[in-house]
Design a binder for this molecule. Structure first.
Ligand SMILES: [Zn+2]
Length: 161
C-alpha cells in the first residue's frame, strides 16, 4: 500500500488512493521490464489523474514521460542539444484531457511535483483549481548545490519497493 502523498495547495485535501496505486501498478506491469529499478525510478515519472465521466463515474488514467533515450531511438538524435528535453508525463496527460473534453479532471497525482518551468505553468493555465499530489519535490532535497535524495530514494520508500 503506497504512502499518502503530499498536496498542493495545502488545503487540497486527500489524494484518492487509487492514484498512487495505479502509478505503482503501471511501474510493476510495464513491459518488456518493470520500471521499479533504481534507474527507472529516476528515469521515469508517472502521473495519474482522477476524473469524472459525464455519467458521473470516477476513474483514473496514468501517463509516463517519454525519455530522451526513447525519443532518440524513435526519431534519431535531436538536431540541437536544447531540443533534448523529453516529454513530461503531465504534458501528455494535459494533452489527452484536452482531447477528451467530456472527462472532467479532479485530481493530479505525479510522483514528482510538476516542474515549475513547464508543467506547473500548463496546469495552472489549462486546469485552474485542480489540486496536485506528489511524493518528490526536488527543492526539498537540494542543499548547498547538492542533491541529498534522488527520486528513486523517495519512491522506494513510499512504494515499499
Ligand atoms: Zn514537467
Amino acid at each position: 500500500m503506497p504512502k499518502i502523498p503530499s498536496c498542493w495547495p495545502d488545503e487540497a485535501g486527500l489524494c484518492d488512493k487509487r492514484l498512487p496505486e495505479e502509478a505503482l501498478r503501471i511501474r510493476r506491469e510495464h513491459k518488456p521490464e518493470p520500471l521499479t529499478s533504481e534507474r527507472y525510478l529516476n528515469g521515469f515519472n508517472v502521473s495519474v489523474w482522477l476524473y469524472r465521466e459525464s455519467g458521473g463515474r470516477l476513474d483514473c488514467k496514468g501517463f509516463l514521460n517519454t525519455t530522451i533515450g526513447e525519443l532518440n531511438r524513435r526519431f534519431g538524435p535531436a538536431q540541437t542539444p536544447d531540443a533534448e528535453v523529453g516529454f513530461h508525463s503531465e504534458m501528455h496527460a494535459g494533452q489527452w484531457f484536452k482531447e477528451h473534453r467530456t472527462l472532467k479532471p479532479l485530481q493530479v497525482f505525479s510522483e514528482r511535483i510538476p516542474c515549475p518551468y513547464m508543467c506547473a505553468h500548463m496546469l495552472r493555465n489549462d486546469f485552474p483549481g485542480l489540486p496536485w499530489f506528489y511524493y518528490y519535490n526536488r527543492r526539498t532535497w537540494e542543499q548547498g548545490g547538492k542533491l541529498l535524495k534522488y527520486p528513486a530514494d523517495v519512491l522506494k520508500s513510499v512504494y515499499g519497493l
